[in-house]
Design a protein around this ligand. Structure first.
Ligand SMILES: [Zn+2]
Length: 314
């Protein structure tokens, strides 16, 4: 496997850039430090609820997270996650709540990462992804997988401890591969999932299985979903995908066969497209481009050689 060390995509891939946030994990067990950080006037708090946070659309077209000083944040010590610090010494926390706080100014609106990930700055997108990933994990792992007892939050939101058997549980990340497959004629293989709207085509993707390398997962998934044999596999970039706990590993893959046989379960239809064919299909409306923050759109763009037409929001 070769690795692209530089981002060669036309547009940056959301959530892969440098956020400027130092997660400062060494502070997570230091209760005195955390308490002092929380009460510091420069500290900012991101309230999350059900995968959403408040964002504000600014007059200049930017969208940013609503980050509260700690004294304005709702009072809650149980679901407080330390996210890190930035170069100016600002400490960031997330606060998981049952509902988002109301805002007097009406300017803020609730939004999820899928919706605003590409609009936010790299810092804000990274803070939201971290907070949402922890929220999802905390919500789904309240009980000890070893003994069944209720677990308690520890390490500023990054560990759950079992008071009965002493087990420590860490946030899980599920690796998934997502790949743009091209053939000898440099055509791209795009598929349509069963539940997608008519005309939506995108890259193939799937989860890495236990005991499997990611390169093998690429080869296996393409064979299973489209019946196509893959030879070389080239890593492009990764993207956190906390819906609820995935890490997308993006690849370009070269096929050594071209006959398509879809599985008919996950993938309903798959086709080879030349660049001209795809451009014509976009123009006629026969094919809808992949949309949203997913790395899929960037992988297609990397091959296509120019920005894709705007997608229809999912
Ligand atoms: Zn236990």
């Amino acid at each position: 496997m070769t690795t692209r060390t530089e981002q060669t995509s036309i547009r940056p891939i959301t959530l892969t850039g440098r956020s400027g946030i130092d997660r400062a994990a060494h502070h997570r067990l230091d209760e005195a430090w955390l308490a002092a950080a929380w009460s510091h006037p420069k500290t900012r708090v991101l309230v999350v609820s059900g995968g959403q946070a408040l964002v504000e659309d600014l007059p200049d077209g930017r969208t940013e997270l609503v980050l509260l000083p700690a004294f304005e944040a709702p009072i809650s010590e149980t679901h407080r996650y330390f996210l890190g610090t930035d170069e100016e010494g600002v400490r960031y926390f997330a606060l998981q709540q049952d509902t988002l706080p109301g805002r007097m100014d009406q300017a803020a609106r609730p939004a999820g990462l899928r919706e605003v990930g590409a609009l936010l700055s790299e810092r804000d997108a990274a803070l939201l992804a971290h907070a949402v990933a922890l929220e999802n994990w905390q919500r789904l792992h309240r009980f000890c997988s070893r003994c069944g007892e209720r677990t308690v939050i520890a390490a500023a939101g990054h560990v759950r401890r079992c008071p009965a058997c002493g087990a420590e549980h860490y946030p899980r990340t599920d690796p998934a591969v997502i790949m743009l497959v091209t053939d000898q004629e440099d055509r791209a293989l795009l598929g349509r999932q069963m539940h997608w709207p008519e005309g939506r085509f995108s890259t193939l993707a799937g989860f890495v299985e236990p005991g499997e390398s990611i390169e093998h997962a690429v080869v296996r998934e393409v064979a299973e979903e489209a019946g196509v044999t893959v030879g070389s596999v080239e890593y492009v970039a990764s993207q956190p995908w906390p819906f609820p706990s995935s890490l997308m590993l993006g690849f370009m893959a070269r096929a050594t066969s071209s006959e398509i046989l879809v599985d008919g379960e996950e993938i309903h239809e798959a086709r080879w497209f030349s660049r001209d064919e795809l451009e014509a299909a976009f123009a006629s409306g026969e094919v809808l481009p992949p949309s949203g923050i997913s790395i899929a759109a960037r992988l297609v763009e990397l091959w296509y050689g120019k920005p894709l037409p705007p997608g229809v929001p999912r």
